[in-house]
Design a protein around this ligand. Sequence first.
Ligand code: G3P
Length: 216
Amino acid sequence: MKFFLDTADVDEIREWSQTGLLDGVTTNPSLILKSGRDIKEVLAEICDIVDGDVSGEVAATDYDTMLAEGRELAKIAKNICIKLPITMDGLRACKTLVDEGFKTNMTLCFSANQALLVAKAGGTYVSPFIGRLDDMAIDGMELIEEIRVIFDNYDFDTEILAASIRTVNHVKDCALAGADVATMPPSTIEKLVKHPLTDAGLAAFLADWEKTGQKI
Ligand code: G3P
């Protein structure tokens, strides 16, 4: 499973890119707002730091302007992935942009049928929002499982990019369900590495090593 960082904070992206664990980045209008940066400027900087796909989202809702904005975003760097909402115009724009050789990330997916449409439109990624479904007492993970079955049934190439990840269990369950990518905020990736038994075990090993008086 690929790990994407869901942020437009370049300092965090730079830090995580150094671990070698980062496969890409996703942004959205809310994250651009949070960054306080110009969208093109910040995406260019992120694309310089990260080799993998970097999603930048269009702001238009009609087909023609979505195409124009998508093409404009794609000029920023080779690894830009054009993010579009799942609407009729968005799906149509996805098909056109994919035919033109661009990568797309179809966002705001809340049903298996929406994901099926994205696959039929040739989308590179579909982004089901787990946390926002959980917020409404609907099991977000069930959606990932359903999409996995549908995509496998028909050998669709579209990758499942699990988004709106809020907990470490979301990450584990996404991996179990076969999501291709999990995009998460830096605070969630950080928590994945933590275990109190690891900390306690390491402290005990270090204390014993000290007593041996040896050096490697
Ligand atoms: O990038 C889209 C998604 O990950 C947003 O997550 O936490 O705002 O639902 P959230």
